[in-house]
Write a protein that binds this ligand. Structure first.
Ligand code: GLN
Length: 476
């Protein structure tokens, strides 16, 4: 058995039937990281002994005949913007290069209770701003399918780790597409949950009204399993919601769901491979018995500009806390002014600086109404677009990205081109609805073909519907 090809579900079964131990699997994945990650660069730090320790505890429980939790022993990777007590958390920013977290993020706490084995922390665009990991303050991650290409971003390290079989699954965060776009570029599954479904406590904030943590896995089934173990109300995040996930088991019920195809998402500029990939997914779902309907999401064309006002505004306020005194990096020149200039000036990269400036501008007196307040109003219209659409259909199907993974360096000097990457994923964040990215077919990193994904969006807190359609798709 090739242990690296396991999914979370098949790992679970094997562990319970004693086909292997948790330790064996952890060793296997640490070895895989040692073999491949020098080239791919998915991880910023690897836990090693700490991972083996947890694995040993799981094996001891099994040997003692104890009941083990659902995710016990599963080797997972974490995007390096989630806090794990006592370990470095950098958000891939030089300003946090020495920051050691003093508490666990709620998702981490929940997964520790499950006895998950954390393998390490993965690379991202600095503070999750970007779509390629090229904005990381430390290094660029490579796409395991083609090492001259980006893995997507900002959760590019997590996506590459899963795709290159250096983890069974990972957590990412998604503010405008950062789980779904890298999932699509790397041929894996990524779920951005409903805003409020998963606690954001201990996630380094980018844009708080949009950020959500979610699973990145090899299969939809695995994503569901991780999601149901991280969702729910948390008293430490006031936007989190009481939510007990319940899957849909009846295939008949799933096939009754009506799927909408928004005409604004199937535009002429779409890359041919994406176009034919997504059409083949639609055809397959039709064969499975799903009914389709063309719908319209009228305000789609304003989503990108709305996002790039709301996000910088929130970024500029969230990142004000990094002044080089409290978190990690601390050079202490003579005056307070110098401290700010030096730490923020040297600590932040160009994209982060750009957004702080933009955000400060759109929030400043005299401009706030014209930009920020206006953007909030348009955001409402975009949300209402979806409300109307979901009166007609249960699930909405779209492409995830306009094209497959691009070359490293291709867009890095053109922020606008990079921003266009998220044109199909951003509306879901602005509206706060759950969105799933899944590959149109099974891909092999060695297969020489670049993956294409498609997106399923659902009503608030109806992750169960998009996951059910996704599971049916991947199993047929
Ligand atoms: N690429 C988008 C951005 O740069 C999305 C980032 C994200 O979802 N964290 O804002």
């Amino acid at each position: 058995m090739d242990l690296r090809r396991l999914t979370i579900t098949s790992f679970n079964e094997g562990l319970r039937n004693k086909k292997f131990s948790a330790r064996e699997i952890t060793e296997e994945f640490l070895e895989s990281i040692a073999e491949k990650d020098e080239e791919i660069g998915a991880y910023l730090s690897v836990f090693g002994d700490q991972s083996l320790d947890t694995a040993r505890q799981v094996d001891e429980k099994i040997a003692a005949g104890e009941e083990i939790p659902e995710l016990a022993g599963v080797p997972l990777a974490l995007k390096d913007n989630m806090l794990v007590e006592g370990t470095k958390t950098t958000a891939a920013s030089k300003i946090l290069k020495d920051y050691v977290a003093s508490y666990d993020a709620t998702v981490v706490k929940k997964l520790k209770k499950e006895n998950v084995v954390f393998l390490g922390k993965t690379n991202l665009d600095e503070f999750a701003m970007g779509g390629s990991t090229e904005n990381s303050g430390f290094s660029v991650t490579k796409n395991p399918y083609d090492k001259e290409r980006v893995p997507g971003g900002s959760s590019g390290g997590s996506a590459a780790a899963v795709a290159a079989r250096m983890a069974l699954g990972a957590l990412g965060s998604d503010t405008g597409g950062s789980i779904r776009q890298p999932a699509a570029f790397c041929g894996i599954v990524g779920l951005k949950p409903t805003y409020g479904a998963v606690s954001r406590f201990g996630l380094i904030a980018m844009a708080s009204s949009l950020d959500q943590i979610g699973p990145m896995t090899k299969t939809v089934e695995d994503a569901e399993m991780v999601f149901k173990n991280i969702c729910g109300k948390d008293s430490l995040d006031s936007t989190s919601v009481d939510y007990a996930y319940e899957g849909i088991n009846s295939v008949e019920d799933v096939k009754k769901l009506k799927i909408g195809l928004p005409k604004e998402y199937f535009i002429s500029g779409l890359n041919k491979k994406v176009e034919s990939g997504v059409s083949s997914a639609v055809e397959r779902l039709k064969k499975l018995g799903f009914r389709f309907k063309e719908i319209s999401l009228l305000y789609t064309k304003y989503a990108l500009s709305t996002y790039y006002i709301v996000v910088p505004a929130e970024v500029s306020s969230n990142l004000a806390r990094f002044e080089g005194i409290r978190y990690g990096r601390n050079s202490s020149p003579d005056s307070l002014r110098e401290t700010y200039l030096k730490n923020r000036g040297e600590g932040f990269g160009a994209e982060v600086g750009r957004r702080i400036l933009l955000g400060t501008f759109v929030l400043s007196a005299g401009y706030c109404d014209a930009y920020y307040a206006k953007a909030q109003k348009v955001r409402r219209l975009i949300k209402e677009d979806f409300d109307r659409a979901f009166e007609e259909v249960d699930v909405i199907l779209t492409p995830v990205t306009p094209a497959p993974a691009f070359k490293i360096g291709e867009k890095v000097n053109n922020p606008l081109q990079m921003y266009l990457e998220d044109i199909f994923t951003i509306p879901g964040n602005l509206a706060g609805i759950p969105s799933l990215s899944l590959p149109v077919k099974k891909y092999e990193p060695e297969g020489g073909e670049l993956p294409v994904g498609f997106q399923l969006m659902g009503r608030y807190f109806e992750e169960n519907k998009i996951l059910a359609v996704g599971k049916l798709y991947e199993n047929n």
